[in-house]
Ligand binder design. Structure first.
Ligand code: ZN
Ligand code: ZN
Ligand code: ZN
Length: 136
């Protein structure tokens, strides 16, 4: 047995920093997450997205080491990123937070929480089984 196998074991922690939603200035659709040049999935416009506060929050995010519980400061302004604990050397990945959108079914008005993602999708309401078309 060697230690390398242990190090490869994948531990992923989810970041707690909210990712702000950005919208296309042309068609008002939700844009894919991230900053820089983002392409709108609906109208193909290229939008230059700047999220300096998100980067700042990501850099300063505090996470508890999954190995020893020590609180670390991420120090990296992107997600996912790989971190290593300075006291127990545990390596882990810090993944971006999965943002949810709340919608309500147009038929039965039941509130549904779905993963926030750009583009149109078809969803089946778990309560009334009607199909809902979503454009976030
Ligand atoms: Zn667009
Ligand atoms: Zn640790
Ligand atoms: Zn419904």
């Amino acid at each position: 047995m060697n230690d390398e196998n242990l190090e490869e074991a994948h531990i992923t922690i989810t970041s707690k920093v909210d990712i702000p939603a950005t919208y296309c200035p042309k068609c008002d659709s939700l844009l894919p997450e991230g900053s820089g040049e983002i392409k709108c999935l609906i109208c193909a416009a290229k939008v230059n997205v700047k999220l300096p506060s998100l980067e700042h929050d990501w850099k300063n995010e505090r996470v508890a080491c999954p190995g020893c519980g020590k609180v670390l400061i991420a120090g990296i302004g992107k997600r996912p990123c790989k971190l290593k604990c300075s006291s127990c050397e545990q390596k882990f990945t810090l993944a971006k937070k999965i943002m949810k959108s709340e919608i309500s079914c147009p038929k039965c008005e039941r509130k549904l929480r779905i993963k926030r993602s750009p583009g149109e999708k078809l969803l089946k309401c778990p309560a009334c089984e009607s199909e809902i078309k979503i454009k976030c």
